[in-house]
Write a protein that binds this ligand. Structure first.
Ligand code: ATP
Ligand code: MG
Length: 592
């Protein structure tokens, strides 16, 4: 491609909405273009990178025995009602109506659609196992679209679904997908880690996420350098403090005026925070709050109303664990209005403790059971209670691990201190089991003609998010540094003076030879200052730059890798040979 004919539009300024490097550089290079918040389009170079990621995914999925199909992004509400997710998915589900008032959603994922395919197409065990996938635009009306392609409302996802006769079959299908994902992300040039992930209140069993490690990632992960345990912090099990063998002392009330936070109370009473109990108050909406009343089961399980959560004062609540413990969808829970909750339950803002509360669910972190003589709010303005003990003074309707685990916490497997890191979830593999096949009636007949539920797995990759994650890991102060495997072009030939006949002839010869040799090559033949051309080549992140300038008269050009500072001088033929060799060596990514 000659740049003089290409549709490119690099930006000099950092666009206001962009906060992190991938977002900044994808916009500044003109590879993506914002339509509205969380909705992006792809310009020619951006689209080439997306297509390359898709091609890598296709190759590895096909090699793993999966078959590609393409379903519509428009999904009828009925399918989602069958699985129970029309309600449970919450406001992220992009709901639309047709002219007759019939309800649909723009698919955020497609378990229902794929379960619907197999329930009608697969009748016998002979047709299993099966793995179907698609690469398709997905829609999620995210509460906070941000970071460009990382959290957008419209994005491209590869989603695959495996169908097996039994759990053993699923284990195998899952393993195959896991290995395919390792190859895919390696080939995309990502530095990633796989972690145990949360399977949520929505059923399912094992699940792992592929996290591209980087500073700005939205996912916190913890891992143990000693035993190899690695988990999303949402999921990582907390280790309870050892039970105390203190004698239980009698409860006594103390005045703590103005001490409404754990810090203030601990300070005021001269107690370590570990001797206090922290209260967090939530309201939990039932089926009438979330959009659709035909999935009222959740409301029954949880009850509309309030939940008071208690943890040791120095701990942090893990919201995912709370949502799972309550068995509700995440969108049904929020911080309580303290006044309204106080009127109904006896809680008192800043002074709530587990004794004296009524008409609300008491949820207690498991370690409080074993700790003795703690200080908690007295449910009375300006007062706390000393020597509060679980069992004797209060009990929880739910007692479970609610702790958020971070760096330095004990590894739940071996007990050594954990390390923490951040990253971007680029993919997830999930053993769904029979949740969808049972709710939607996807059964097959086994050898004895008996109906059995199909055992499902699902496997997602954020294609456009992966592109952003690659940039997040591969950039510098001048722009993107694409790995060869996903670069929009492999080589850029920078013609310094287009009106110099010798330079032009040399550059065009190199361009033609590289293109003929299979290297995807750009020729910067624009009538621009050299500085502009060099800057643009750096912003685009093309892995190899061959500069044809004054020395073309002596048959010499400059050969420079985007990642390196220094250029080397080569003959034109030497540069062609080296570029073709470098491209061939790197084009299949890290696993080549
Ligand atoms: P997150 O926790 O980041 O919201 P998720 O776990 O809900 O994501 P999945 O349902 O596992 O997402 O979707 C599969 C993949 O799709 C994710 O691993 C991610 O790469 C991608 N993805 C999900 N949501 C978005 C989004 N809003 N924008 C871009 N990619 C996304
Ligand atoms: Mg996920």
């Amino acid at each position: 491609m000659k740049l003089s004919q290409a549709h490119i539009n690099t930006l000099r300024e950092v666009p206001g909405e962009a906060e992190i490097p991938s977002h900044i550089w994808l916009l500044r290079s003109g590879m993506i273009r914002r339509t509205v918040s969380g909705v992006y389009g792809f310009m020619p170079f951006g689209l080439r990178t997306v297509r390359k990621i898709e091609a890598i995914i296709r190759e590895e999925m096909d090699a793993a025995g999966a078959q590609e199909i393409l379903m519509s992004a428009i999904q009828p509400a009925e399918l989602w009602r069958e699985s129970g997710r029309w309600f449970a998915y919450g406001p992220e589900l992009w709901r639309v109506k047709d002219r007759h008032g019939r309800e649909f959603c723009l698919g955020p994922t497609a378990e229902e659609v794929f379960a619907d395919i197999v329930r009608s197409d697969v009748d016998s065990y002979r047709r299993l196992p099966l793995n179907l996938y698609q690469i398709q635009t997905k829609y999620r009306d995210e509460a906070r679209p941000r970071y460009g392609l990382i959290r957008s409302r419209e994005f491209i996802m590869k989603d695959a679904y495996s169908f097996d006769r039994d759990w053993e079959g699923l284990d195998k299908s899952y393993r195959i997908m896991y290995e395919a994902y390792e190859k895919i992300f390696s080939r995309c040039g990502l530095n990633f880690r796989t972690v145990e992930a949360d399977s949520g209140a929505m059923g399912g069993k094992d699940t792992q996420e592929f996290i591209a490690l980087c500073e700005y990632g939205e996912n916190d992960i913890v891992y143990c350098a000693h035993c190899g345990m690695a988990a999303n912090a949402e999921r990582a099990a907390g280790v309870d403090a050892a039970p105390s063998d203190e004698e239980m002392l009698p409860v006594s009330e103390v005045r703590t005026p103005g001490a409404k936070t754990i810090e203030a109370v601990a300070d005021y009473l001269g107690l370590p925070k570990e001797k206090t109990i922290k209260a967090l108050l939530f309201s939990v909406r039932g089926a009438d709050g979330g959009g659709d009343a035909d999935c009222g089961g959740d409301a029954e399980r949880c009850g509309d109303g309030y939940a008071a959560v208690f943890l040791r004062g120095d701990r942090t609540l893990n919201m995912t664990k709370l949502v799972n413990a309550l068995g509700v969808a995440e969108h049904m829970i929020g911080f309580a209005d303290e006044k309204a909750m106080g009127a109904k339950t006896g809680s008192v803002a800043g002074y709530t403790g587990p004794i004296g509360l009524h008409d609300c669910r008491i949820v207690v972190d498991s370690e409080l059971r074993g700790l003795k003589n703690l200080c908690a709010g007295a449910c009375k303005e300006g007062c706390h209670l000393l020597n509060v003990n679980y069992g004797r003074d209060y009990e929880g309707a739910i007692v479970t691990d609610l702790k958020l685990v971070g760096a330095g916490a004990s590894c739940p497997v071996c007990g050594r201190p954990l390390s923490a890191a951040r990253g971007i979830e680029v993919g997830q593999v999930f053993k769904l089991g029979t949740k969808y096949s049972e709710s939607m009636g996807a059964y097959y007949k086994d050898e004895n003609q008996e109906a059995q539920p199909i055992v499902m797995g699902c496997y997602g990759i954020g294609v456009t998010r992966t592109a952003a994650a690659v940039v997040e890991q591969n950039h510098d102060g001048k722009g993107i540094i694409w790995p060869m495997s996903v670069a929009p072009y492999h080589v850029i030939v920078t013609l310094v003076k287009p009106d110099d006949e010798t330079q032009r002839t040399a550059a065009e010869r190199i361009y033609a030879a590289l293109t003929a040799g299979g290297a995807e090559t750009l020729l910067d033949d624009r009538d621009e200052r050299p500085g502009v051309k060099f800057n643009d080549a750096d912003i685009f992140g093309i892995p190899i730059r061959i500069t044809v300038g004054r020395k073309a008269a002596d048959g010499l050009v400059e050969y420079k890798r985007r990642r390196e500072e220094e250029a080397t001088e080569l003959t034109s033929d030497g540069a062609i040979a080296k570029a073709l060799a470098d491209v061939r060596a790197e084009i299949r990514g890290k696993d080549a």
